[in-house]
Design a protein around this ligand. Structure first.
Ligand code: HSE
Length: 400
């Protein structure tokens, strides 16, 4: 029997305990031995809870217990989670976590610490909730030359964009509804400004490069400027709008971005709706593969944490190698990326816009009293320069 501890008895932590309770036999069969939750660390007591006897308030109880072989950190945030994880690894305990903030900020250092102590550091649940894309990248796709990872990595913003498109409701109205339904946090900044998706693509980009992609180096735009009118244009173009995180490698260039994109309806990502996430990966031999599923939620995210527990138990006393090290990856600036853009300016600036962007633009008819067009292919740098000379830009969106 393997005894584990769960740090944090919130949504994901209680989900981990539930998965181990409800799927006890399945977990035992896949791990090769029984898995028991010996401790649950939380500041609170849980009187009446089936597991109230396992609740402890002092991390030392867990760190000093040689019976504990695996720690599931589901507290979130940087501290004290970072200190607890480091001390666990140094004590010869493997760690698995759903904590994307911590993995994005210190993942490579924790992977290296795990290797040094011949234990494992796994973080399947940190990206895409229950979707098993990290294990696939780290295992089934390890022999591939991956040159692109792209996806819808945030459920809250995908829910908001889906409702805006399908119901014609404005951003603020849908955000309020998402908060009432409990999808969006009371402080939704990390989701709607793209920071959450940025941390997730930073983790995937690190796995893709084998180095450390720092999330602060990734150009990030959220969805707060997207309007109903943008969706009207998208519909005319047979497209929709999705917040995408992507990292791409060609020749020596390695580039990552998070931003809303116009996505053609025949692209598979266009049909990923509501709180679902999807991640497409392109390998040089495999071609495209896509992972789709619940990117958030108690059971789904907990299922991914338990998958890591199972992996660790199956590889007990070994370090599971993760393709990530502390060397900082060199990202190229977004300036050289070439793409098309939808641009909206006031009707009275149409001539200036035509002169700036040339004859290869495609105008889009509208009854909004504005001039809207799709640019020819243009580099991010040149687009930015031209856009900044226009005085009445009402919005712009990249085209996938
Ligand atoms: N706030 C995140 C989302 C939760 O909406 O996707 C899962 O990481």
């Amino acid at each position: 029997m393997v005894k584990i501890a769960v740090l944090g008895y919130g949504t994901v932590g209680s989900g981990v305990v539930k998965v181990i309770d409800d799927n006890h036999e399945e977990v035992k069969n896949s791990a090769g031995e029984e898995v028991e939750v010996k401790y649950i660390l939380d500041l609170r007591d849980f009187p009446g809870d089936k597991h109230e006897a396992q609740v402890v308030h002092d991390i030392e109880v867990i760190l000093n217990d040689p019976e504990i072989k695996v720690i599931c950190e589901t507290m979130g945030g940087i501290e004290p989670a970072f200190t607890f994880e480091k001390r666990a690894l140094e004590s010869g305990k493997s760690v698995c976590t759903s904590n994307k903030e911590l993995v994005a900020a210190h993942g490579p250092e924790l992977v290296e610490l795990a290797a040094k102590n011949n234990v494992s550091y796994l973080f399947e649940a940190s990206v895409g909730g229950g979707i098993p894309e990290i294990r696939a990248l780290n295992d089934s796709l390890k022999h591939e030359k991956i040159d692109s990872i792209m996806g819808i990595l945030n459920g809250t913003t995908n829910y908001i964009l889906t409702k805006m498109e399908k119901e014609g409701a404005g951003f603020a109205t849908v955000l309020k509804r998402a908060q009432e339904k409990g999808y969006a946090e009371r402080n939704p900044e990390a989701d709607i400004e793209g920071y959450d998706a940025c941390r997730k693509i930073a983790i995937l980009a690190s796995l893709m490069s084998g180095e450390y992609v720092h999330y602060e180096d990734i150009y990030t735009e959220g969805i707060t400027k997207i309007t109903i009118e943008d969706f009207e244009y998208a519909a005319k173009l047979d497209m929709t709008i999705k917040l995408l995180g992507m990292c791409k490698k060609n020749d020596d260039r390695f580039f990552a971005i998070v931003a809303p994109f116009l996505v053609p309806k025949d692209n598979i990502l266009a049909s990923v709706n509501n709180v679902f996430n999807a991640i497409t990966v392109h390998g040089n031999m495999l071609g495209d593969v896509m992972f789709y599923g619940k990117g958030a939620g108690k059971e789904a995210t907990a299922s991914a944490v338990v998958a890591d527990v199972v992996d660790i138990v199956r590889h007990m006393d070994k370090h599971i190698c993760i393709n990530m090290n502390g060397k900082k990856a060199q990202l190229t600036a977004k300036d050289n990326a070439v793409r098309q853009f939808l641009v909206r300016v006031s009707a009275n600036e149409a001539d200036d816009a035509k002169e700036l962007f040339g004859t290869n633009i495609t105008e889009i008819e509208n009854n909004l009293g504005e001039f809207a067009f799709i640019t020819d292919l243009i580099s991010e740098k040149h687009f930015e320069e031209k856009k900044n000379t226009l005085k009445t830009v009402k919005g712009y969106i990249r085209v996938l």
